[in-house]
Design a protein around this ligand. Structure first.
Ligand code: 0O2
Length: 214
């Protein structure tokens, strides 16, 4: 496929990523504006790189015509949370919207069933309707919901995989395994004192608002 055709093919995915980012950021902004705790810390999104789409198509043995139905993460949204518990609150928000502005295709719980690599995250594959110049269209998108610690580890591991073309040397892999364990422990420890942390954050917010109103 020529560059220009790829560009056209990916436009609906770009649109979906932008719309979904706005929707999840709005949940966070609305809750904060009401003085409520937001389980969403921040949101990012991306359209998969053409080279990664081609790599995945090869791995899954799918033709270019099939990529829209078979590659589920061309449109990807990442929702970062402070605590593991928040992830499940966000998943509940998504489930509430099932059949409304999105359709859940299936869920993958890599938190309970973490990957051999040490990867932890909660994935929800959705079908998302968009309006295009040629009419309505539904596309697949992957929502990855994770804690800040899970995200930190995943970003580092992903860049090392990229650097070493997926053949990470043993001694670095050992460190990554230890780091995955440390990230897991960090999430556990933070969950244990989550009520204290939330109270402290609330006090800090009140203080900041008071100062900014002076
Ligand atoms: P990018 O650059 O984000 O597009 P499989 O690899 O077959 O086990 P599958 O079917 O590709 O899994 O889907 P899965 O497991 O839902 O993975 C999709 C995305 O999840 C990946 O996209 C990553 O973003 C993330 N992910 C999954 N496993 C790992 C992992 O072990 N480490 C890290 N860092 N991320 C992971 P891509 O295509 O890898 O990359």
């Amino acid at each position: 496929m020529k560059q220009i055709e790829w560009k056209r093919t990916l436009i609906p995915y770009e649109q979906a990523v932008e719309e979904l980012k706005v929707k999840f950021k709005s949940i966070r902004n609305e809750l904060r504006a009401m003085g409520e705790y937001s389980p969403i810390e921040f949101v990012t999104g991306r359209v998969k790189k053409i080279s990664s789409i081609l790599e995945k198509a090869k791995k899954l043995d799918v033709s270019l015509e099939e990529i829209h139905d078979k590659i589920e993460d061309i449109a990807g949204i990442r929702i970062m949370c402070q605590f593991v518990e928040d992830i499940y609150t966000v998943v509940d928000y998504i489930r509430e919207r099932d059949g409304k502005d999105l359709e859940i295709v299936y869920e993958k719980d890599y938190i309970t069933n973490y990957k051999d690599s040490g990867y932890r995250s909660y994935h929800v594959i959705i079908r998302y309707p968009i309006q295009t110049a040629l009419g309505p269209k539904k596309i697949l998108a992957e929502l990855q919901i994770r804690t800040l610690a899970m995200n930190f580890w995943a970003i580092i591991e992903h860049s090392l995989k990229y650097k070493y073309k997926r053949q990470i040397p043993g001694h670095i892999n050992d460190r990554l395994e230890k780091a995955a364990h440390a990230a897991f422990k960090l999430d556990q420890e933070m969950s244990e004192i989550r009520h204290e942390i939330r109270q402290a954050q609330k006090l800090f917010e009140i203080k900041s608002n008071t100062i900014s109103n002076i």
